[in-house]
Ligand binder design. Structure first.
Ligand code: ARG
Length: 469
């Protein structure tokens, strides 16, 4: 094999591909990112070939040393990637073979089809664990902010209309719950990524007695009991990318949750709400309007959701029409996967950093939370306790609200006679309902935003986040 001949073209082809074809079809410009995993997979494969007697100990050593040297050069930025060699796999193998004769035996019993599936799984396994760690830190940042402002009450909203009072902490913990499910999804997704496809060959395994279990164990494709996890169908192993789709899907949900959190922060940072300030480190100014302090990081996080959703749709569409087994279309999975993983990682980290730079403006919050209309539901509950059917109670309180609007005074400034003019079940003690402290003490059931319950949930999350990674 001449140095210039791409590995897969030796023999069968008389000429090099047209330059435009090579440029169109190369993937090394993006799949070079798999280099570390490609090296690891090749080293494990070489060890296995030695174990089953297809290469000698000396050849194994030469291959592993050669791969290590290449790895060092790549890490130092000294390796010259050649687009004419198409992808990361052929670049590394061709360079190895140029340096080490035994390199020509490395591809024994292996195809780039099972090799690329392996590299992707190795890469994504690592990334998945990284994202789970970052999600934990994001949850921690939310809990920290909640703890710092654990006495602050804000209106909870439905339809973006003030609805009922909640602790600011309760609002933060809602996101902690969302990110917890995202975390679970990634762990679940990891189980299916963590399956070794090597040994599936191009599509039909190999006639050679490859020791698949040995390779899987070397590369850590094992379950919690240490048993090797091997793909059980060679065609499935080289052609499906559902593990990529699952990750992109889990990533899309994370992006969606981040986007909602961003939206809340953006609204709250505006003068109309004024609930929070984001410090200079995480805001930008306007080139024209000197007074502006813009929540760009939250906006970009919200904006990047689009590409993460798009990536999911891309990989789903990529797979849907593919006949079995490997088709070159599959090369298109990488940029989408990389983009989702990079974007999710970056946005989770930026959000975590930003939450450390959010301060809550208690005055604005308590002014908004002090709106007596937020207690309307409590008034209905009061009547229910007096034996009124809820629908009737709801109706009476509705009339009370209409009366307060008509008289131009807030609910809590209506006289007891005015209350009783609508429903005789109202007693003078009804006015105590408007005391926000008591209102929050009343919300004591599991999951409610009451004082004791929010305290309990905060303690629960502190415990969970301390013990879990
Ligand atoms: N660059 C290819 C990919 O990303 C690697 C596998 C190529 N296999 C092949 N039969 N051409 O999918």
């Amino acid at each position: 094999m001449s140095n210039k001949t791409p590995v897969s073209r030796s023999g069968r082809f008389a000429s090099e591909p047209d330059a435009s074809v090579a440029e169109f079809s190369e993937s090394v410009s993006f799949d070079w990112r798999l280099w570390r995993h490609d090296l690891l997979g090749s080293m494990a494969h070489a060890s296995m070939l030695r174990r089953i007697g297809l290469i000698t100990k000396a050849e194994e050593k030469a291959i592993v040393r050669g791969l290590e040297a290449i790895g060092k050069e790549i890490a130092e930025g000294k390796f010259r990637w050649k687009p004419e060699l198409e992808d990361v796999h052929m670049n590394i193998e061709a360079e190895l073979t140029r340096r080490v004769p035994a390199g020509a035996k490395l591809h024994t019993g292996r195809s780039r089809n099972d090799q690329v599936a392996l590299d992707m799984r190795l890469w994504l396994r690592e990334r998945t664990i990284e994202v789970t760690g970052d999600l934990r830190r994001l949850q921690q940042a939310l809990v920290n902010l909640a703890l710092k402002y654990d006495t602050v009450v804000i209106p909870g909203y439905t339809h973006l209309q003030r609805a009922q009072p909640v602790y600011f902490a309760h609002h933060m913990l809602a996101y902690v719950e969302m990110f917890e499910r995202d975390h679970e999804r990634l762990i679940d997704c990891f189980r299916r990524i963590n399956v070794c496809p090597l040994g599936s060959g191009a599509l039909a395994g190999s006639t050679l007695p490859l020791d698949r279990k040995f390779v899987a164990e070397l590369l850590g494709f094992v379950d919690s009991k240490g048993n090797a996890r091997l793909s059980q169908n060679s065609m499935d192993a080289v052609s499906d990318r559902d593990f990529v789709i699952e990750f992109c899907s889990a990533g899309a949900l994370i992006a969606m949750h981040l986007s909602r959190l961003s939206e809340d922060l953006i609204l709250w940072a505006g003068a109309e709400f004024g609930f929070i300030s984001i410090s200079d480190a995480y805001t930008t100014g306007s080139s024209m309007m000197p007074q502006k302090r813009n929540p760009d990081i939250a906006e970009l996080t919200r904006g990047k959701t689009g590409r993460v959703f798009g990536n999911l749709m891309s990989v789903l569409t990529l797979l849907k029409g593919l006949p079995m087994t490997y088709n070159r279309d599959l090369q298109e999975d990488k940029e989408r996967l990389f983009d989702t993983s990079d974007t999710v990682l970056a946005t989770v980290r930026m959000m975590t950093g930003m939450l450390g730079h959010v301060s809550v403006n208690s005055n604005a919050c308590s002014a908004a939370a002090g709106d007596p209309a937020l207690i309307a539901t409590d008034l209905a509950d009061y009547l229910v306790r007096k034996g009124v059917a809820f629908r009737g109670a709801h109706h009476s309180v509705g009339r009370l609200v209409a009366l307060s609007e008509e008289r131009g005074k807030p609910l809590n400034q209506l006289s007891i006679d005015e209350f009783r003019s609508i429903d005789a079940h109202f007693q003078p003690d009804v006015l105590e309902l408007f005391d926000l402290k008591r209102a929050l003490a009343r919300r004591s059931i599991i999951g409610a935003p009451g004082t004791a319950e929010v305290k309990r949930q905060l303690a629960r999350w502190r415990r969970i986040l301390k013990t879990k990674r």
